[in-house]
Design a protein. Structure first.
Length: 426
């Protein structure tokens, strides 16, 4: 009777241990390969598993040899098994916790612009792997050159430990750091390495597109944005940047289409309306461009670039006063907007309000003293007023800043000849 009771208890325990073993194996498949977790799994699977098997064998022998007396021995051993099961459950709890931390950290690590929450920082400090703790320190490093060297070390160490998650986190952040430092070719190489390991991440393709854009490789940028959109079809920023790249290639209709897609996804996307306006401008559809800029300003009333671009469109339509008004609005928002002062000067010139044009040019020069184009434009205005000496001085300033400024040399020669002719007649 006692033997039967013990057998039933052993059978229950065996089933419990089998379920525990299955759970361990299931988690093992999903937990990251870091050495800390590997050691932990080995402790759970080997040490405790072999201990349990060893005790099961011992119990079997005890039952056969000692009969009823064995019942009391087995009772003690069952307590040992219960302790082992509890230890196993505790170990599994640690593995689960570390996996959750790893997943959260990966998500945050692929968004270098965002600041890690204090909670994640604390969790990494308490439970993270050595590499995670190192990566946390690198994230807080302000010197990007140092960060680049440290990310390289992380990648090398992660390869050594066969830690794929840390490898791709390393490459992503290395690419980001290279990009911030202006090493766009190296940034692209790092993102390509990342994509080899994790080809389904839209952010890597997007960042690679930005790097290509910075290098002036607009078609490659477009291709990268398209890959990002394949993975994340509602990625409005990729559509927007693709529109900008098409504008650079003067493929204006494609730019408009891309901007429209961005606006479908994000209707309050003021930058997309502005980009679309630039594309309409490129097609010579100036009224449509103005309508697009107005939409951008509706969404963001302090959008100085949209006012400036609207001024350009009005200028193209010959509506110079409206252009001036738009430039003034841009300057209200951004008082140091030297390009707006320069364009406003050009619009005043068209209205033959030459003194106002000169005043606008002078404001532009105050803001940007090495603005050679403004000196040139001011020279043209003085020339129109018959103030040849002042025109000569303005052209000379333009040439001083840009010695190979051919138009300024040409106009200077004309102004000098006119000045000489007038003086000779007197």
């Amino acid at each position: 009777m006692a033997n039967k009771k013990v057998s039933q208890q052993l059978l229950t325990l065996e089933h419990k241990l089998e379920r525990q073993s299955d759970t361990i194996k299931n988690i093992q498949e999903n937990v990251d390969n870091a050495s800390k977790y590997q050691d932990l799994r080995q402790d759970v699977l080997k040490s405790q598993g072999s201990t349990i098997n060893r005790w099961l064998s011992v119990i079997g022998i005890v039952l056969m040899v000692f009969g009823a007396y064995g019942f009391f021995v087995v009772e003690d051993k069952i307590k040992v098994f219960d302790k082992l099961v509890k230890e196993s459950e505790s170990a599994l709890g640690i593995i689960k916790k570390n996996k959750e931390l790893s997943d959260k950290y990966i998500k945050e690590s692929l968004n270098p612009k965002s600041k890690l929450t204090e909670k994640i920082k604390q969790e990494v400090k308490e439970s993270g792997t050595k590499l995670q703790k190192l990566m946390l320190k690198i994230r807080e490093e302000k010197d990007l050159k140092i960060a680049i060297d440290l990310w390289k070390y992380v990648i090398g160490r992660a390869y050594y430990e066969d830690d794929k998650k840390s490898i791709f986190i390393g490459y992503f952040n290395l690419g980001y750091s290279y990009g911030k430092e202006g090493y766009h070719k190296k940034a692209i190489d790092a993102y390509k390495k990342f994509i080899e390991i994790k080809p389904d991440d839209h952010k890597a393709y997007y960042n690679m597109g930005v790097a290509y854009n910075e290098l002036g490789k607009y078609q490659e940028a477009i291709d990268a944005y398209k890959e990002a959109i394949k993975i994340k079809p509602d990625f409005h920023m990729a559509y927007y940047n693709m529109g900008g790249a098409y504008n650079k290639l003067k493929e204006y209709q494609k730019a408009i289409d891309a901007c429209k897609e961005a606006i479908k996804i994000k209707p309050d996307y003021h930058e997309a309306y502005d980009n679309m306006g630039v594309a309409y401008n490129g097609l010579g559809k100036y009224q449509k461009a103005i309508d697009a800029y107005k939409e951008a300003i509706k969404i963001k009333p302090d959008f100085h670039e949209a006012y400036y671009n609207m001024g350009v469109a009005y200028n193209e339509l010959g509506k110079y006063q409206k252009a001036i008004n738009a430039y003034k609005e841009a300057i209200k928002i951004k008082p140091d907007y030297h390009e707006a002062y320069d364009n406003m000067g050009g619009a005043y010139n068209k209205l033959k309000e030459y003194q106002k044009a000169i005043d606008a040019y002078k404001e532009a020069i105050k803001i940007k003293p090495d603005y050679h184009e403004v000196y040139y434009n001011m020279g043209v205005t003085y020339n129109g007023l018959g103030k040849y000496q002042k025109a000569i001085d303005a052209y000379k300033e333009a040439i001083k800043i840009k010695p190979d400024f051919h138009e300024a040399h040409h106009n200077l020669e004309k102004a000098l000849n006119l000045f000489k002719a007038i003086n000779n007649n007197h």
